[in-house]
Write a protein of this length. Structure first.
Length: 407
């Protein structure tokens, strides 16, 4: 096989339409590519019910699992194949998201940074490795941009049982300036909380009977400023964003219910149950405040067991919430990464934590995991790009860590 040309391969991957649920074509391409590199390849089924074009159907898409070498220890490389759907901003900018554009060292296109660039970095890293006494394992996963079902299925499988380390070249360096020396040692946890506020509906001409839940939704939102989101000193500050507000009525009436969805990004030592308790406590306090009338009434919505009506407002998550992931800075994998970066770059490695969550939050629960991020920007929006030089840098660091760590 000829030496991999990073730009040409990435341009090919960007040209393949692969939003979550539609990874078939890129799976076929990468399967053939890995086989031509001498890897044994199999497909790992990821089964689920999905709604596409308004119709629910059974969907099976596949993680690609590949391995090369022999031994009772393996080193895992992971990247996801899917992208977010196309946004109109691409066309507003006069760009086609599937026709890569090269400008001043940057390659623009949907998924360039998140994370087709990571796929290329992995393939480049292993093109000349002939593992002896160990195996190199690769998983190219599906569904990261949705519910991370691919990573969850991988985490529960036997494929990881002999893995002693993992590298994920996912973009994002948190508070650190983008640089070739960055190593990601953790990411935020993420969950979603739903709050229902029950009011009293009445004709708009009789405001004296109305208890409008929307007005009290604003009060609840204000109280969330005091919610604690963890205080890990290495991680960026967490935050709460409002994922949705829904309230409506028929005719000239006030609404009876208002539903708010909060998306929470948080760091250790916070866990989902502790976060839910804080929201529950706010509900209790506000219910006590208005107990003389009994309305408005505040309650949490079980996001993992939604009613049919709530599913229309917020799709039910089919995988567990992602708790924060962080590898100990003294772990041998981290120390190996620091040594390799110093050797290759002549500068100390910068240990940082990515803002938001990714598939590493699952994989890092069962395999020591380290991030080697490329340099890019504009993920999930028009004009996404990756710096091509950073992909070559990622590949060399990944290669160096594997050969050093596996010894």
């Amino acid at each position: 096989m000829n030496s991999i040309n990073i730009r040409s391969l990435l341009e090919k991957l960007i040209s393949i339409h692969s939003p979550f649920f539609q990874e078939e074509e890129i799976t076929d391409f990468l399967e053939s590519f890995l086989m031509n590199m001498g890897f044994e390849v199999e497909r790992q089924p990821v089964k689920r019910k999905v709604k596409i074009d308004g119709k629910e159907r059974e969907l099976t898409h596949f993680n690609l699992l590949a391995e090369k070498g022999e031994g009772d220890r393996s080193f895992l490389l992971y990247a996801h194949m899917d992208t977010v759907p196309v946004v109109n901003a691409w066309f507003d900018m006069g760009m086609n998201p599937f026709k890569p554009v090269y400008r001043e060292g940057k390659l623009f296109g949907l998924g360039a940074a998140d994370m087709k660039g990571g796929l290329v970095a992995i393939l480049k890293a292993v093109e000349n490795i002939q593992p002896k006494g160990y195996k190199i394992k690769i998983c190219f996963g599906v569904d990261e941009e949705n519910d991370s079902m691919g990573a969850f299925v991988l985490m529960k499988s036997d494929f990881l049982k002999d893995c002693v380390g993992c590298i994920v070249p996912e973009v994002g360096s948190g508070r650190a300036e983008p640089a070739h020396e960055n190593l990601v040692i953790g990411r935020h946890g993420r969950n979603r909380v739903g709050v229902r506020i029950r009011g009293r509906a009445a004709h708009a001409s009789t405001p004296e009977f109305i208890i409008n839940p929307v007005e009290y939704a604003l009060e609840f939102i204000g109280t969330t400023r005091r919610i604690k989101l963890g205080d890990d000193p290495d991680m960026p500050m967490g935050n709460i964003s409002i994922g949705g507000i829904h309230a409506e009525s028929g005719g000239l009436s006030s609404p009876e219910d208002c539903v708010i969805w909060f998306d929470n990004l948080y760091s250790p030592p916070m866990k989902s149950p502790d976060l839910f308790n804080q929201y529950e406590n706010i509900c209790t306090e506000l219910n006590d405040k208005y107990k003389t009338t009994g309305l408005p009434h505040f309650s949490l919505i079980d996001i993992q067991n939604l009613s049919a009506a709530d599913k229309k407002l917020c799709p039910q998550r089919v995988t567990p919430f992602m708790e924060p992931w962080k590898i100990d800075i003294n772990h041998p994998l981290v120390q190996c990464g620091k040594t390799v970066v110093q050797k290759l770059k002549g500068k100390p490695a910068v240990l940082t934590c990515g803002k938001s969550n990714a598939d590493e939050n699952y994989i890092g629960q069962v395999v020591p995991t380290l991030g080697v991020p490329p340099i890019g920007g504009n993920e999930h929006q028009g004009g996404e790009y990756v710096v091509l030089e950073s992909l070559d840098n990622c590949a060399r660091i990944i290669n160096g860590i594997i050969t050093t760590y596996m010894g």
